[in-house]
Design a binder for this molecule. Structure first.
Ligand SMILES: *Cc1c(COP(=O)(O)O)cnc(C)c1O
Length: 356
């Protein structure tokens, strides 16, 4: 069986060299005579894997001093609660409601304090990044840098005048250059752009630690997790190992700036095809189009379904849009080669010619 071009939104395609390395090392890692899956998380060999992953991520994102990089569990969804429990401090927080996950984050936070919806595009089906008005006395502002389901992204990061900025970067971490010093907290479920499901990348500015509500479970306390170097309990050892391999692969590609250039080129190929087409229409507002998740429709649900089915028969898989929006979505994360995007564009043209 040949590998397909997998446009799934997450879990999603991983770089082939990473999978091949995993396969080579699966039974015996280095000179250990055992699989990474079988190693103690406290062993010297594993700590080397872990420390290298942290160091490589730090280099890739140019994480400044004063920030702690962690790998935690529970998915980005666990971070929806953790952020509120650690930072809300009995006060209030601003949330920008720019998509389904952004909404889930604010609903979760409402359990722990006052949530102010600083801006929302919910009424308009989340087709764009909304304008917002920030509260000067908020404990933090929460944003979702890329809206996976709707295919929108922030083209500029809000200026918060000193209020800590918290970002869910699950679907675009390491796909474009961010100035980490502008953020108080960055978190990302790894299964979109980095690794298999089960690992969360968590980057927290040190002064924001140690203010958690007393009820905060210890595995969700930023301070306790940071003090224990992500090993308060057994971490997702294998997932972190794969994340580390992806970091090495990214460094070999020239780092985030280089992959960003390629991502811009990949997204342009697809959006140009959509904009030139008489059959396909993009669903996200042009200004805010995502480079990671490209959403489009034909306007006819039956034709959409036919497109998805015929594309899959050509090895262009998982193009069905999210169940709450329908249509198509091509997720073109870092690991999707430009050849995959070219193959999709050429199939779209062929499909259009046949279905005018
Ligand atoms: C997928 C996704 C989530 C949910 O992640 P889980 O790891 O399943 O909890 C949250 N936010 C964004 C932006 C996502 O893309």
């Amino acid at each position: 069986m040949d590998r397909v071009y997998n446009f799934a939104p997450g879990p999603s395609t991983l770089p082939l060299p990473v999978l091949e390395k995993v396969q080579r090392d699966l039974l015996c890692y280095g000179s250990t005579g055992m699989s990474v899956m079988e190693m103690s998380h406290r062993s010297k060999m594993y700590l080397e894997i872990f420390d290298r992953a942290v160091a490589d991520l730090k280099a890739l994102m140019a994480v400044p001093e004063g920030y702690k990089i962690m790998f935690v569990q529970g998915g980005a969804t666990a971070m929806f609660s953790a952020v509120a429990m650690n930072l809300m401090n009995g006060g209030k927080a601003d949330y920008i409601d720019s998509g389904n996950f952004a909404h889930n984050a604010l609903v979760e936070a409402q359990k722990y304090g006052e949530v102010v919806v600083a801006g929302s595009s919910r009424e308009d089906g989340y087709g764009y990044i909304p304008d917002y008005t920030l509260s000067p006395d908020a404990q933090y502002l929460h944003i979702t840098t890329n809206n996976t389901i709707y295919g929108t992204r922030y083209t500029s990061i809000p200026n918060t005048n000193g209020v800590p900025l918290v970002a869910d970067m699950s679907s675009n971490i390491l796909s474009e250059v961010y100035d980490v010093s502008r953020f108080g907290v960055i978190y990302a479920g790894a299964q979109k752009n980095v690794a298999p499901a089960g690992v969360v990348i968590l980057i927290v500015r040190e002064d924001l630690m140690g203010h958690e509500l007393p009820i905060t479970p210890k595995v969700m306390s930023f301070k306790k997790m940071a003090d224990a170097d992500s090993m308060l309990n057994t971490p997702n050892c294998f997932g972190i190992y794969v994340a580390g391999l992806t970091f090495q692969w990214l460094l070999e590609q020239g780092g985030v700036a280089a992959i960003e250039k390629l991502n811009i080129e990949k997204a342009k190929l697809l959006y140009d095809c959509i904009d030139e087409s008489e059959l396909f229409k993009g669903t996200a507002c042009e200004r805010d189009r995502s480079r990671m998740n490209v959403t489009f429709v034909t306007g006819d649900p039956q034709k959409d379904a036919q497109f998805v089915k015929e594309a899959a028969a050509r090895g262009l898989c998982n193009l069905k849009g999210h169940r709450i929006v329908g249509g198509m979505r091509a997720s073109i994360y870092n690991a999707m080669p430009i050849e995959g995007v070219r193959a999709l564009v050429s199939f779209m043209k062929e499909f259009e010619a046949k279905n005018k």
